[in-house]
Design a protein around this ligand. Structure first.
Ligand code: RB5
Length: 146
């Protein structure tokens, strides 16, 4: 199962992405925000990030104005590997090499059609494992060191 969340800066793109997910038959839960009223992106990064890290969702999508703040915040949560992507190559490689479990998008940066393709790529590209597993394990080791 997939979770999606945004702040007000990502709200409009979140609506577009949810319409796209419904149209393509991808099940998801919307963890907010539910309007364009100003709110704080770390709140939504925490809500979604903790749920993904706990295994409640396999993957998540986070959207703020640039995707920067919400990805920085999400990556503070142990077990979250959030990748801010503005192109499909990055979306594919963050899955293949980094086993990213959260995709971050900039709602004020990306066109809707590009964002949809980035989402599709993120949701379908597999993790390659092998030497990349070792590197992901080293990231996890950094977390346990802290
Ligand atoms: C909100 O105005 C904006 O700062 C936020 O959506 C995001 O872009 C932060 O990184």
């Amino acid at each position: 199962m997939l979770a999606i969340a945004s702040d007000h800066g990502g709200f409009a793109l979140k609506q577009e992405i949810m319409t796209h997910l419904r149209a393509t038959g991808v099940e998801f839960e919307d963890l907010g925000t539910y309007s364009e009223e100003s709110c704080d992106y770390p709140v939504y990064a925490e809500k979604l990030g903790k749920a993904v890290a706990a295994g409640d969702y396999e993957k998540g999508i986070l959207i703020c104005g640039t995707g920067i703040g919400i990805s920085i915040a999400a990556n503070k949560i142990h077990g979250v590997r959030a990748a801010l992507c503005g192109d499909c190559y990055s979306a594919e490689m963050c899955r293949r090499h980094n086993d990213a479990n959260v995709l971050a998008l900039g709602g004020r940066v990306l066109g809707v059609e590009l964002a949809k393709r980035i989402v599709d790529t993120f949701l379908t590209a597999p993790f390659e494992g092998g030497r990349h597993q070792r590197r992901v394990d080293l990231i996890s080791a950094l977390e346990t060191e802290q």
